[in-house]
Design a protein around this ligand. Structure first.
Ligand SMILES: [Fe+2]
Length: 608
């Protein structure tokens, strides 16, 4: 038995992953345990979780792989400083002490951190370093269902590379092309995230969500001034307008002058049509880059499968466009596409590329186990926690529970759904989710304002039974990780069940897309999760029952958290979120908790 621990840390979203004989066993982000969003510190809790999950001590692990090379990153910082000197002195002077203290001496530093788990861990030579983009590429290719694929990684920045193209074949990955810092779509996106007044490294989603409200008026200006985009999708940014290589902000005065406005001050200044147009223009440029890159590589290699990872691969609108243009026959995107997934990629890269082990390709689906790779809680643990918290609960068998919840969903109740192993990656996929009826026209507002405490423009995503996805959406393939945006069908034809066929004398019922308003964005798009019997049986059963009762195989699925907080991990996190919001019912495995039965004194306002 060979066990490999992968670790990503010290940039954003620290995480740990464990593989045993090539099989993905467990993985989780540190933020879920520490409750600090995008926690970038050494992932002590995540490492401890993957060890406990397999009953292993750290000294029993065979290899430990860190997801990037600290020396290469140091070299980038140093060379960036030299290239832009003396302009870059402020950022250089500020980042150097941190680098010298924590990052440059990373092997010893990591060794000391690892010893906190087990004082019998004595072999520093078990620690290896992968490369940032190689870790992303490995996380995208090795768990995919493809023998051969083009691998595209798009990211802010790793060591030097910001965009890489590689080919994966059996157990080998070969890098073909790289675009280097400071030329980066991720950083371009982050620069506009900063400019529109959202938080860099986290607020990028909001910019993407804002885009459909605007017109892409500034697309040509961006392509003319900010970026030199070639036909093959390669590009260079005009560094005259950016500040991130040398300063402490993302954009400079020339950038503001170009668009005629200063960056929006977060929380103070309102979002206007201007910001929506900027978001729409940026989104259009991003899509053009991604489409040019993918079509040129598809023509060059003639390979039919595409794998993607890196932060920009979470841009599900662009992903939807690649799919729609049929540039590739199949696309697979690593659900933990950001740096957290680098931990898994680093471990898989070592197993296949370094140790030369063969891949076991899963013919259907993939090797990610639905991305349900985090902690789960058994009945004893749940009961003990609920008793300790003074919660009022009842237990039902699975069938009753599903019937109860489907009825409550139809009564427009909001459900906290806590089941099985927590998801790895930024999306909630029916293990730590908040669920609601998508047919309700009040639901989007209720969820945004009273449950999630977030901007009212942000749309919600639908979960849909895999076999029904094509009846409701412009999609006829798997999208298990909610990473593809597509249109809600204009005219939805719902096949009738046998009983109704005889009753109504028709095969299909015609409805329009306004029938699921709370998951339909203003441009009629939706970010879709297909739900599969094989990977999440209970959630599948819930959707199936909901469809039986209502004819609609779709539910609103949003992550189980409030704004600014990581997704809940434990039963205690779930109970606190339930009590601090307008979630009506909490379900933990087969335990059910009604809000109106809880002690009044435990209800507290989570809205800060
Ligand atoms: Fe990355």
């Amino acid at each position: 038995m060979t066990s490999i621990l992968g670790i990503s840390a010290f940039y954003h979203d620290s995480a740990a992953a464990l593989i045993i004989d090539g099989e993905i066993i467990s993985a989780a982000q540190e933020e879920r345990f520490s409750r600090k969003k995008h926690d970038a510190r050494y992932p002590y809790n995540a490492v401890q979780f993957v060890l406990n999950h397999s009953n292993l001590e750290l000294n029993e692990i065979d290899h430990i792989i860190f997801f990037e090379k600290p020396f290469l990153k140091f070299e980038r910082l140093l060379e960036t400083y030299l290239a832009f000197a003396p302009k870059g002195f402020v950022s250089f002077a500020m980042s150097m002490p941190i680098w010298l203290r924590e990052k440059l001496f990373q092997k010893q530093f990591l060794f000391d951190k690892l010893r906190q788990h087990d004082k019998n861990f004595k072999d520093i030579n078990k620690i290896y370093f992968s490369e940032h983009h190689f870790s992303h590429a490995a996380s995208a290719f090795y768990p995919s269902p493809f023998k051969e694929a083009v691998i595209l990684t798009l990211d802010g920045v790793g060591e030097w590379a910001t965009t890489t193209l590689a080919v994966g074949k059996e157990n080998k990955i070969t890098m073909l092309k790289e675009i280097h810092f400071p030329h980066s779509i991720g950083l371009l996106y982050s620069a506009f995230t900063y400019y529109t007044g959202f938080k860099v490294n986290g607020g990028e989603y909001k910019v993407m969500g804002l885009a459909p409200y605007g017109q892409s008026k500034y697309k040509d200006l961006i392509l003319k001034e900010l970026i030199d985009l070639k036909d093959d999708g390669s590009f260079r940014l005009n560094m005259k307008y950016f500040n991130y290589a040398t300063g402490l902000t993302m954009t400079n005065d020339k950038f503001s002058d170009l668009f005629g406005k200063k960056p929006r001050e977060p929380e103070k200044e309102l979002l206007t049509q201007f910001h929506m147009d900027i978001a729409a223009s940026l989104q259009a440029v991003t899509e053009e880059i991604v489409l040019k890159l993918t079509s040129s590589i598809s023509q060059e290699t003639k390979i039919k499968n595409l794998c993607m990872a890196g932060g920009v691969a979470l841009n599900c609108v662009a992903n939807g466009k690649i799919l729609k243009k049929n540039i590739f026959e199949n696309i697979w995107i690593q659900p933990a596409a950001g740096d957290a997934g680098g931990s898994l990629g680093a471990a898989l890269a070592f197993w296949h590329q370094e140790l030369g082990n063969k891949r076991k390709i899963v013919a259907t689906g993939d090797d990610m186990k639905g991305s349900y790779l985090g902690p789960s809680f058994n009945e004893n643990e749940i009961e003990n926690t609920l008793n300790y918290l003074g919660a009022k609960y009842e237990k039902q068998d699975e069938e009753n529970l599903i019937n109860t919840i489907v009825n409550e969903l139809q009564n427009e109740k909001v459900i906290g759904w806590f089941q099985g192993r927590m998801e790895f990656g930024p999306r909630a996929l029916g293990a730590r989710s908040i669920l609601a009826d998508p047919r309700s026209d009040k639901m989007q507002k209720k969820l945004n304002l009273k449950v999630k405490f977030r901007e009212s423009f942000r749309p919600f995503a639908p979960s849909v039974l895999r076999e029904d996805v094509n009846d409701w959406f412009d999609l006829n393939s798997d999208s298990p990780y909610m990473l593809i945006v597509t249109d809600v069908k204009k005219n939805i034809q719902i096949p009738m069940n046998e009983k109704d066929k005889t009753l109504f004398g028709i095969d299909k019922l015609n409805v329009t897309r306004s029938s699921i308003p709370s998951v339909t964005h203003v441009d009629y798009s939706a970010r879709i999760q297909t739900v599969h019997k094989e990977t999440n049986h209970k959630y599948y059963k819930l959707l199936k029952k909901f469809k039986e009762n209502t004819g609609c195989p779709v539910l609103v699925n949003t992550s189980f958290n409030v704004r600014g907080e990581p997704i809940v991990c434990s039963v205690e996190d779930a109970y606190k979120c339930f009590m601090g919001t307008d979630i009506d019912i909490l379900v933990c495995e087969n335990y059910i908790l009604f809000k109106d039965k809880q002690y009044e004194k435990f209800k507290k306002d989570n809205q800060l």
